[in-house]
Design a protein around this ligand. Structure first.
Ligand code: SF4
Length: 140
């Protein structure tokens, strides 16, 4: 049995910007053998549910109304790392394409559904601090 962080929305927690979740059966099935610690960096950064969707634009994160929410996203990433350290977690399964949790691909900041290579704010921060990150789509 191993311990991993997991985007809470992948486990069915309604923490997304639209008040919904994104349960993923392969991730939920992992609970039979692993302990998954649910985290939502955007909530941990102080953002509400529901909230305006936000996308990375260069080094900043901007919501659909044009508000700069970089500080909340950064705080959320720091809180997730704090939880990783508390539980001595070395791996995280994070939600693909999110401005916080995305791994390898994120939206480009234009709110047009256009994808570009890159990582979300929490994913980058965890990787910089030695945590291995997979998206739900990268699970075997
Ligand atoms: Fe899911 Fe991450 Fe977005 Fe929270 S921040 S809703 S965990 S993708």
């Amino acid at each position: 049995m191993s311990l991993k962080l997991c985007s809470a929305c992948l486990l069915g927690v309604c923490c997304r910007y639209d008040g919904k979740s994104k349960p993923h059966q392969k991730v939920i099935a992992l609970l039979k053998k692993d302990v998954l610690i649910p985290v939502c960096p955007e909530q941990l950064g102080g953002l509400s549910v529901p909230r305006e969707p936000a996308e990375k634009k260069g080094a900043r994160v901007i919501d659909r109304q044009g508000k700069d929410v970089t500080q909340s996203f950064t705080k959320g990433a720091q809180e997730v790392l704090r939880i990783a350290r508390l539980f001595d977690v070395q791996q995280a399964i994070l939600k693909q394409r999110s401005a916080s949790c995305g791994h390898g691909q994120i939206y480009d900041g234009s709110f047009t559904g256009t994808l570009i290579p890159g990582d979300g704010v929490t994913t980058s921060y965890l990787k910089e601090n030695g945590i291995e990150v997979f998206s739900e789509e990268e699970l075997p």
